[in-house]
Design a protein around this ligand. Structure first.
Ligand code: AMP
Ligand code: MG
Length: 333
């Protein structure tokens, strides 16, 4: 199959393909999503196949607006309304009880709930509005690989497997949306993102907790996707927690180093990839950095800077921990 690259003027063609049950990748402010008509079970199954994604991992339902979401939930709870008013369109996904039978099992993974998101991207808004129905939107990468932050990343993973990619340049944030579960008694963040639990708590007027660790409550995975290895290049990744430890990491042609300019400027290394000059830029560049070295067979180990400070550091460290399988660089004294 030819994978076409679509620009602004090609939205009607992309809509036509989605209506026919084809897959089209779309831009958002977080990462590129892999779109299929959410009400078409066969198309949705195609998304799992193209990504190589485990079928018990439910998909996010991407809507043009609150009105579209209302067709797939029993009602919009007060908490959801407050968050919609404040954060939508934006990088926030809400888990809500789904209207029974309104979405195929392939979308919800058989759960009584569904995940809803309304991205802040003009082309994608136009796409879903013209389609008149939601699209599923997992990240448009091969399952376990870093999420795509450019149309080129999508093309690299999915060329020949999907009908098209709407190219709107690099994404603004670079890490996936915050997921908040509103289907339980106390709202809880299942996946950290740019919008923090503190910000959510302020809008809701109550404390919002972060689900730490395994995302499993009493043996039931809360966000099923959180249990899989993720964001991982082929070479092992090590987190470097302290800037000074970059002086002690191994040297060699087969070592990749990923850090801020302020760190890279001070060290000798053959293969450097810059995270930029701040934690926000680092979040934006992380997946691109992991992909950069994943595409080089000679790289055998990748060392990546860790961060503790900054609003997005929890989201950044969550993704980095998964790609490193929790491995931190330990300096031998
Ligand atoms: P991705 O599509 O790769 O960005 O991941 C979406 C995340 O949302 C995965 O971790 C899913 O397991 C999670 N998710 C989707 N729907 C639900 C749901 N109804 N309840 C809990 N988690 C969900
Ligand atoms: Mg993903």
């Amino acid at each position: 199959m030819e994978t076409k690259i679509f620009k602004k003027d090609d939205i009607p063609e992309a809509v036509k393909l989605l209506k026919q049950g084809e897959l089209v990748a779309f831009p958002t402010e977080t990462v590129y999503g892999l779109g299929a008509l959410a009400t078409n079970e066969k198309a949705v199954k195609g998304v799992y196949a193209a990504k190589g994604r485990p079928s018990d991992n439910p998909l996010i339902v991407t809507v043009a607006d609150e009105k579209m979401m209302a067709q797939y939930v029993e009602n919009i709870p007060e908490r959801a309304q407050k968050l919609i008013n404040h954060f939508w369109p934006g990088p926030l996904t809400m888990i809500l009880p789904a209207k029974e039978g309104s979405l195929p099992t392939a979308v919800t993974g058989g759960l009584p709930t569904a995940a809803f998101r309304c991205p802040n991207d003009a082309l994608t808004h136009e796409l879903i509005s013209q389609l008149g129905a939601p699209i599923v939107g997992p990240s448009a990468n091969t399952s376990t690989k870093p999420s795509p932050t450019t149309a080129e990343h999508v093309y690299h993973d999915l060329k020949g497997k999907i009908a098209g990619i709407i190219d709107s340049g690099p994404t603004a944030i670079g890490l996936e949306s915050t997921i908040i579960d509103l289907s339980v008694a106390k709202p809880i963040v299942l996946r950290p993102g740019e919008i923090t639990p503190e910000e959510l708590g302020e809008v809701l007027g109550e404390e919002v907790l972060m689900n730490k660790g395994t995302a499993v409550t009493a043996g039931v995975p809360k966000a099923p996707g959180m249990k899989y290895r993720h964001y991982a290049p082929s070479a092992p990744v090590y987190i470097v927690d302290r800037e000074e430890d970059f002086n002690s990491i191994p040297h060699g042609d087969d070592i990749g180093v990923v850090a801020l300019d302020s760190v890279l400027d001070k060290i000798e290394a053959k293969n450097k990839f810059s995270l930029g000059t701040s934690i926000d830029e680092a979040a934006h560049n992380l997946f691109g950095a992991l992909r950069f070295f994943d595409n080089q067979a000679q790289i055998k180990e990748i060392y990546v800077q860790g961060f503790k400070q900054g609003d997005i550091s929890a989201a950044y460290m969550n993704r980095l921990n998964k790609s490193a399988a929790g491995h931190h660089f330990e300096k031998n004294n």
